[in-house]
Design a protein around this ligand. Structure first.
Ligand code: HEM
Length: 421
């Protein structure tokens, strides 16, 4: 065995030497020139931030600064903020990404110049059939689709959807009660996941999948039913779009609405269990708005101020999208900084929401936010009318965050529900 190991490398060396002789000087020159050009091409943009006077971590060829994502976006963004201050530059491969946390600058990018210069997100060209979904479409197509969809989220339309939501929140309470009665800990996502799924599919698809009572993975079990939905009868008003466009919007509402709302509700429950005095004050508001556990009404629900504060604070601490991005359509100067065309401008929300200097938070551009807020307020108020969240021995404190894309806990949030007297 030893013999084989010793002999093989010797043979290999000889072969390589022979091959080296075989290459002509021209081939060697071309090879060196090719490698040099490739390295120059890959490293060319690395001077971008130096020229702009923006600090940031040193990139390496091909990977840029992406090695630092090992511990997740949020940790990397926080470290950069601590080290470089309000503005810094990083490289996703050779793509320069300007990171901004100054509110005036964020307002210019996300709001003031949204239609003119910063309309689009980065396009990874991995969208397949969803190319015409509102979150992916660009420029005029995005503007047209967004303006057709926006009327679906007015208070009038949300009020119409409220009765559908109430049907599903009643199911939610019913299934939570079964576990609470047995004094078992509840995995929050197991309840809020199907609730969000049912609310979004019944409103966006007009399909009642009742995933709360079909406990196996609702995504997998029901996707077939969803794809058979009636194009002409969704509760959302989507006249003026092609059939393909309607299907894409319905799918994107499901992707954008399911995970976000159910994770946000789970974080909310956790925050309440961890802060019983806040929950008690919220329950006082719940009881005075709807005395004697009375039925929850849309108008009064939307006027609950303390509830509004509690939800906003939980979304600040746990922003489901820990980064927002836009691409500069042309070179532009903002607050004295010249941002070149095609640069990605990124807002690290997780870091921003933890900057003690910064209030208020910037507005976010989520088309479904008002819808999500109705659905979350309803579920929360109905639960708090009857129960209090409490931490139990199964609750992980503090939560360890998953380091991939959307913000979520590494392990499921488990809490107990205690019946109120
Ligand atoms: C608590 C729940 C939710 C959170 C935290 C959330 C968060 C967000 C964020 C941060 C963005 C990106 C904003 C930007 O880039 O400026 C976004 C976009 C979007 N959200 Fe939500 N979202 C939630 C619920 C929903 C729901 C229920 C729907 C659908 C019914 C929805 C549909 C969308 C769509 C379509 C976009 C892209 C809009 C566009 O590009 O014009 N979201 N959301």
């Amino acid at each position: 065995m030893f013999e084989v190991e010793l002999v093989l490398p010797l043979k290999k060396k000889k072969k390589h030497a022979e091959m080296g002789f075989y290459f002509s000087t021209e081939t060697w020159t071309l090879l060196v020139a090719f490698i040099t050009l490739a390295v120059v091409y890959v490293c060319w943009p690395f001077a971008t931030f130096k020229k702009m006077g923006v600090p940031g971590p040193t990139p390496i060829p091909f990977l840029g600064t992406m090695l630092a994502y090992k511990k997740g976006f949020t940790v990397f963004d926080e470290n950069c903020f601590k080290k470089y201050g309000k503005t810094w530059g990083i490289f996703d491969g050779r793509q320069p990404v300007l990171c901004i946390t100054d509110p005036a600058m964020i307002k210019t990018v996300l709001i003031k110049e949204c239609y003119s210069l910063f309309t689009n997100r980065r396009n990874f060209r991995l969208n397949g059939e969803l190319y015409d979904a509102v979150s992916i479409a660009e420029d005029d197509q995005w503007r047209r689709i967004r303006s057709v969809l926006s009327p679906s989220f007015t208070s009038g339309r949300l009020k119409e959807m409220f009765s559908i939501m109430k049907h599903h929140s009643a199911n939610l309470l019913g299934s939570m009660k079964k576990k609470a009665d047995k004094d078992e800990p509840l995995e929050m996502k197991e309840f809020f996941g199907p609730y969000s799924m049912d609310v979004v599919t019944s409103t966006a698809f007009s399909v009642d999948i009742d995933s709360l009572n079909n406990p196996s993975d609702p995504f997998v079990t029901n996707i077939k039913k969803m794809l058979k939905f009636d194009l002409f009868n969704p509760v959302f008003l989507i006249i003026g779009l092609s059939d393909h466009e309607i299907l894409s919007q319905a799918m994107i509402f499901l992707f954008a609405g399911y995970e976000t709302s159910s994770s946000s509700l789970s974080f909310l429950a956790y925050n309440l269990a961890m802060n019983p005095h806040i929950m008690k004050r919220l329950q006082e508001e719940v009881d005075s708005t709807f005395p004697n556990k009375g039925p929850v009404e849309y108008q009064a629900l939307m006027e609950m101020e303390y509830l509004d504060g509690v939800i906003n604070e939980s979304l600040r601490l746990y922003p489901i999208a820990p980064r927002l991005e836009r691409v500069a359509k042309a070179t532009v100067e903002i607050n004295g900084l010249v941002i070149p065309k095609d640069m990605v401008v990124m807002v690290p929300t997780w870091t921003l929401h933890r900057d003690p200097d910064l209030w208020p938070e910037p507005e976010e551009n989520c088309i479904g936010m008002r819808f999500a807020l109705v659905m979350m307020r309803l579920a929360l108020v109905e639960i708090l009318q009857r129960y209090s969240f409490s931490v139990c021995k199964e609750t992980e404190i503090p939560l360890e965050m998953d380091i991939q894309g959307l913000l979520m806990p590494k392990r499921p949030i488990q809490l107990k529900l205690e019946a109120r007297s």
